[in-house]
Design a protein around this ligand. Structure first.
Ligand SMILES: C[S@@+](CC[C@H](N)C(=O)[O-])C[C@H]1O[C@@H](n2cnc3c(N)ncnc32)[C@H](O)[C@@H]1O
Length: 360
């Protein structure tokens, strides 16, 4: 009789005396964590933790990836998260994996401040955006369904959404909405924010929702809520997410060993644009523009051939966890140990970096 497969990680060799017992793990239990870890199977497949190695999880959340990786015995994981709410989950992980797990309540742009200079990682993972704990904690004001104050700080911030809405000038507000949220009605919304705060300070999420409703026509054909883009823009600005991503990617590259993988899950087009540009522009097969131009020199690249491959969640994952539908996974492989600073990445997205530094 054919033996039943317990999981896809227990595939062909169930009845054989397979050397590596680690491969027999079922990781599906990690999907029931407070934050459903998006594309966990795909991430685990790319990381092959059954072979062991050094991992950095830049966005710990409730520890879905971290715990799945640590469940393979030869792994060591360093995890970071800027949110103090992750501390309790990290404590739990620490009790289970005392010697193989370290957690820092730090931003990933500070990776080089917490990790030893000579440390080399086999895999570094970024799972960008918000955790379910952040979205569903209505007191933190990330969601347009929240009834309380508008705050939107993920942790280790210099200012809140309230401060932005009540202090930024018209031009800064317009730029935030236009460039960080791709909101075409940026002028009207920004002007109405200014008009409203002249009457009464903007404190609550629902105040902002009303301003947006007043500024935009209801479009019943559109799938997304009319507040989505404004809320995304302000959240990105409050958390300086573009600056974080660019500095985080650069820092992570420093710590990857030759052959190591940089894995990034992004959730909106600007994030994906940055990751794509970085991987393509600093990989061996970067387009030369013309066949008459010289080939990319080895000292100008950081990654092996990059195939512009995008991995998306499968239908059944989207059904189980609808927020995963916008996820895009890209990964690049480090071509050598030596690092040089990828100036062009910052130059290319200078405009966004400038917008994020407009208010300190
Ligand atoms: C989508 S969740 C990650 C979920 C995680 N993969 C899991 O399985 O639970 C994103 C997490 O990244 C954290 N985060 C976002 N930006 C960060 C940054 N710049 N530095 C450190 N953590 C960050 C957020 O606080 C949030 O907890």
């Amino acid at each position: 009789m054919k033996k039943k497969r317990i999981s896809k990680y227990q595939p062909f060799y169930v009845n054989k005396r397979y050397k590596n017992r680690n491969r027999m793990k079922d990781i599906s239990s990690f999907k029931t964590y407070p934050h459903y870890p998006v594309m966990l199977d795909e991430v685990i497949n790319l990381c092959s933790p059954e072979k062991g190695g050094n991992f950095i999880d830049c966005t710990f959340g409730s520890g879905g990836y971290t715990n799945a990786i640590l469940s393979f015995s030869g792994t060591n994981v360093i995890s970071l998260d800027r949110d103090t709410d992750s501390l309790n989950y990290a404590k739990e992980t620490k009790t289970n994996y005392k010697d193989r797990f370290t957690f820092y309540n730090k931003k990933f742009s500070d990776l080089d401040k917490v990790i030893r200079k000579d440390f080399k990682a086999d895999f570094i993972i970024f799972d960008l955006g918000m955790s379910s704990m952040q979205i569903f904690n209505l007191e933190r004001g990330f969601s347009f369904n929240a009834k309380g104050d508008i705050d939107m700080r993920m942790g280790l911030n210099s200012f809140s959404a309230q401060e932005v809405l009540n202090n930024c000038d018209l031009n800064t507000l317009k730029n935030i909405l236009k460039y960080l949220g791709d909101e075409k009605d940026n002028s009207r919304i920004a002007q109405n924010i200014i008009n409203e705060r002249k009457k009464t300070p903007i404190k609550s999420v629902q105040q902002l929702v009303k301003i947006i409703e007043k500024s935009k026509k209801k479009d019943f054909k559109k799938k997304i809520n009319i507040s989505t883009k404004t809320f995304q823009a302000i959240r990105i600005f409050v958390n300086k997410e573009i600056t974080e991503l660019i500095n985080g990617l650069i820092n992570a590259t420093k710590f990857l060993k030759k052959g190591g993988k940089l894995i990034v899950l992004s959730f909106h087009s600007l994030e994906d644009k940055i990751v794509k540009f970085y991987f393509i522009n600093y990989s061996k097969n970067k387009s030369r523009g013309s066949r008459y131009y010289p080939e990319t020199e080895n000292n100008e690249i950081l990654f092996e051939n990059y195939k512009n491959l995008v991995i998306k969640p499968k239908e059944n994952e989207i059904k189980e966890n609808p927020p995963s539908r916008s996820a895009k996974l890209r990964y690049a492989v480090r071509n050598k140990d030596k690092f040089f600073y990828p100036e062009e990445l910052k130059k290319r997205f200078e405009h966004y970096l400038k917008i994020e530094s407009d208010y300190v």
